[in-house]
Design a protein around this ligand. Structure first.
Ligand SMILES: *[C@@H]1O[C@H](CO)[C@@H](O)[C@H](O)[C@H]1NC(C)=O
Ligand SMILES: *[C@@H]1O[C@H](CO)[C@@H](O)[C@H](O)[C@H]1NC(C)=O
Length: 420
């Protein structure tokens, strides 16, 4: 017969087990997001490798994986290259070798090759996929076995136009190697993540939530529209027949203060080459629209602005409509300007208020922060970072939906207030 002590410890064990289960849903991982005022890009900070290397990485919704610069000063004793024949090695990846030695991240043989993409660089770099330890300080988490890419390419445009402290890019695209997918799989979290981008660092940092939107968000009304897959890749390098891993939504019409702007509606659908449609990008600071949309948008916005007694001034590049700052009123959602409405699939409208549409270019001039994407724009509407600021935006890859809060300023809140 078992002793009472054994019974007692079994009881405690089973209680512990039950309490672990009743803890309910695993909590999402949280990473901080800061805004770089010089480039208007957003970046997070995390730790990688042994010894721990602190890294600032630019957030790229359209990036296929996490990559960093493993230049000659970088080494890590916990690094393991991904072998060419490993099942973690994506199809179509080259096999790399390093004759110069000695072994380090970015210099190993029979390694699964990575194409390192910086959308601002003038080249595609070759690097390696490897596994290493990831530290997320805000979540007090150490995660072994994170697969990322690194390159030791020297004297190049590798880090072009990234924030000064930026060492690489955190890709969040719809791929197997994107950080949200890897974390969701290894930690049994739902395949969802949310971003809340700060409008500036003076109000505090924003966050990336991996595993779903935080509990705080349940107090907000979220608007939902389907995420669609563009069947044609929009990446600079891809395999034949590969769909785009970027996040597309369907904009059905664009209005300014209730008045529809006129352009060829086919620009808003994805054609048989994968051109057209609307995607979301954090690498574009400002929303870029096809010339055939930009011109009527600027015209309509200016007309409605003049109705509000805003005084037009000479436009400041790259913007198309600028106004005397002193002639613009204030509201809780920023400058009191005409509202831009994006009518989306699913019957919801994304209302873009002054705080997300206007850019103060100097003390006297505020401009409509939309730019001309050109008459050959591959994607007709690229919703950029400024429009996403102080909005909670969730990407749900389980049910293929995008949910957004609209401006948190309407609720007297900012991204820095959203916590788990
Ligand atoms: C990098 O670290 C590994 C393991 O600690 C070591 O074997 C290797 O020689 C180091 N490489 C360089 C270039 O210092
Ligand atoms: C890779 O293999 C080559 C040829 O065998 C060798 O010279 C080189 O040192 C190896 N590189 C590393 C990092 O082990």
């Amino acid at each position: 017969m078992a002793s009472p002590i054994v019974h007692f410890s079994l009881l405690i064990l089973s209680l512990l087990f039950v309490s672990c289960i009743s803890e309910g849903k695993p909590r999402p991982f949280i990473l901080p997001i800061a805004k770089d005022s010089k480039t208007n890009l957003f970046y997070t900070s995390l730790g990688l490798g042994t010894p721990r290397h602190h890294m600032d990485l630019v957030i790229d919704l359209g990036g296929p994986f996490l990559w960093y610069d493993c230049d000659k000063t970088y080494n890590s004793s916990s690094y393991h290259p991904v072998h060419c024949e490993s099942k973690s090695c994506p199809g179509g990846a080259p096999c790399t070798g390093c004759t110069s030695g000695p072994f380090k991240p970015g210099c190993s043989n029979d390694t699964c090759g990575a194409f390192i993409l910086n959308p601002y660089a003038d080249a595609i770099f070759t690097g390696d996929f490897g596994e290493d330890v990831l530290f997320l300080s805000q979540s007090h988490t150490v995660l072994p076995g994170l697969i990322s890419g690194c390159t030791s390419t020297e004297g190049s445009s590798l880090l072009n136009n990234l924030p000064q402290t930026g060492k690489g890019i955190l890709g969040l695209a719809r791929t197997q190697l994107a950080l949200p997918t890897q974390l969701s799989l290894s930690r049994k979290l739902p395949r969802k993540f949310a971003i809340c981008l700060p409008s500036s660092n003076k109000h505090g940092l924003g966050n990336l939530f991996i595993g779903g939107a935080p509990q705080d968000a349940s107090k907000l009304t979220l608007f939902t529209t389907p995420l669609v897959v563009n069947p044609f890749s929009t990446a600079p390098i891809f395999s034949e027949g590969e769909p785009s891993y970027e996040y597309f939504i369907v904009v059905k019409s664009v209005k300014v203060d209730g008045g529809a702007i006129n352009f060829k509606p086919s620009l808003l659908s994805i054609d048989n080459k994968g051109h057209g449609g609307t995607k979301i990008s954090t690498i574009n600071p400002f929303t870029a629209v096809h010339s055939a949309i930009f011109k009527p948008l600027v015209r309509e916005f200016s007309k409605k602005a003049v109705d509000r007694k805003m005084r037009k001034v000479t436009p400041v590049a790259p913007f198309g409509a600028c106004f005397d700052f002193s002639s613009i009123g204030r509201t809780v959602t920023g400058l009191d300007v005409p509202t831009i409405e994006l009518e989306l699939e699913g019957g919801v409208t994304w209302k873009v208020y002054g705080g997300n549409s206007m850019v103060l270019v100097n003390k006297k001039v505020a401009c409509l922060g939309f730019v001309d994407g050109g008459k050959d724009a591959e994607t007709s509407v690229v919703i950029g970072g400024h429009v996403l600021e102080d909005n909670l935006v969730e990407f749900d890859l389980v049910s293929s939906k995008l949910s957004f809060s609209s401006s948190l300023l309407l609720h007297n809140a900012r991204c820095s207030h959203i916590r788990t």
